[in-house]
Design a protein around this ligand. Structure first.
Ligand SMILES: [Zn+2]
Length: 303
């Protein structure tokens, strides 16, 4: 459940300033390529708890462009863990975070904040990037992100933390190979959104955020990674772990042809006789409606 949007739906574009010498220490890290990093574009889906632990670090490392998407507004209960201040309460999260990142810059980072959910951003066409980081708190948006960025050949880093704030994970969905539902099959049919008032605290978010930031380096430059799934627990190191998950046979999500489905959604029923039965029926209805809207908008534009 999202509170009603009260701030204006205005996007923001800002640019950081170069601080000579600020990158001196990290340039010495084996495999870290400042030039590549400072040409890379990261898109953050969400600008709340997890992204608050990721975006400031990316900006301090000198990311080239960072785009933030969130339709939520800042509330006092966010201030224990999110990169907001009392001045930001009532403002859109993506826009407020974009502003708060400016003093963190060490290069001329382009910072963009859009007050949209992922599904809205798809129709606004503001999703170009090298890597997306999914920092939302619900599975419908994770499914949408997996499908959309797979269709664009863009890797996605998925993040999540448990409700008791003890453990969390990072899953790296590359351009091809296993998708997030190969790891979590139940995600595809999970329509639940977290209730307002779900517990949340900074420490586990920081642990997961660190893994996500590192995963980004491995996708844009030559820092090593032998995992695509990594789990961390604060209370028990025996629950920590990592592995290279393989593609699951008959995975509903990564065998789903999104563009064909969008096109089919708005064709006349007689053109789909037989075809609709065999293809669309195995696709979850919710996933169809999200991307059906995208197909609908594309059809309208073409007219
Ligand atoms: Zn899959």
């Amino acid at each position: 459940m999202h509170p009603a949007f009260t701030a204006s739906k205005t996007s923001i574009k800002l640019r950081g300033e170069v601080v000579p010498g600020a990158d001196d220490r990290q340039k010495r890290i084996p495999g870290f390529d400042q030039e590549v990093f400072s040409k890379s574009h990261v898109l953050c889906i969400g600008a709340g708890g997890i992204i608050s632990q990721i975006a400031p670090t990316l900006v301090r490392k000198g990311i080239g462009t960072i785009t933030l998407l969130d339709d939520d507004i800042v509330e006092p209960s966010n201030l224990n863990r999110q990169r907001f201040y009392i001045k930001d309460v009532g403002e859109n999260k993506a826009v407020a975070l974009a502003k708060n990142l400016i003093p963190e810059c060490i290069v001329a980072t382009q910072i963009r904040g859009y007050p949209f959910r992922l599904e809205e951003a798809i129709s606004h066409r503001c999703l170009a990037c090298d890597v997306a980081i999914c920092g939302v708190d619900n599975n419908p948006a994770r499914v949408a992100a997996s499908l959309f960025f797979r269709s664009k050949n863009i890797p996605v880093i998925f993040t999540a933390v448990s409700r008791d704030a003890d453990h969390g994970y990072v899953f790296v969905q590359d351009k091809d190979g296993p998708c997030v539902a190969c790891m979590f099959p139940d995600m595809v049919n999970d329509d639940r959104y977290p209730c307002p008032g779900t517990p949340a605290i900074a420490d586990i978010l920081q642990g997961v955020g660190a893994l996500a930031v590192y995963a980004l380096d491995t996708l844009v430059m030559n820092r090593p990674r032998t995992w695509n799934y990594r789990r961390v627990s604060l209370s028990d190191p025996n629950l920590d772990g990592g592995s290279m998950i393989v593609q699951r046979e008959r995975c509903e999500l990564c065998t789903y042809d999104i563009l064909t489905a969008c096109e089919m959604e708005f064709r006349p029923p007689e053109a789909l006789r037989g075809y609709r039965q065999s293809r669309l029926d195995r696709i979850p209805r919710r996933v169809r409606s999200t991307f059906g809207q995208m197909g609908h908008e594309r059809t309208q534009e073409e007219r």
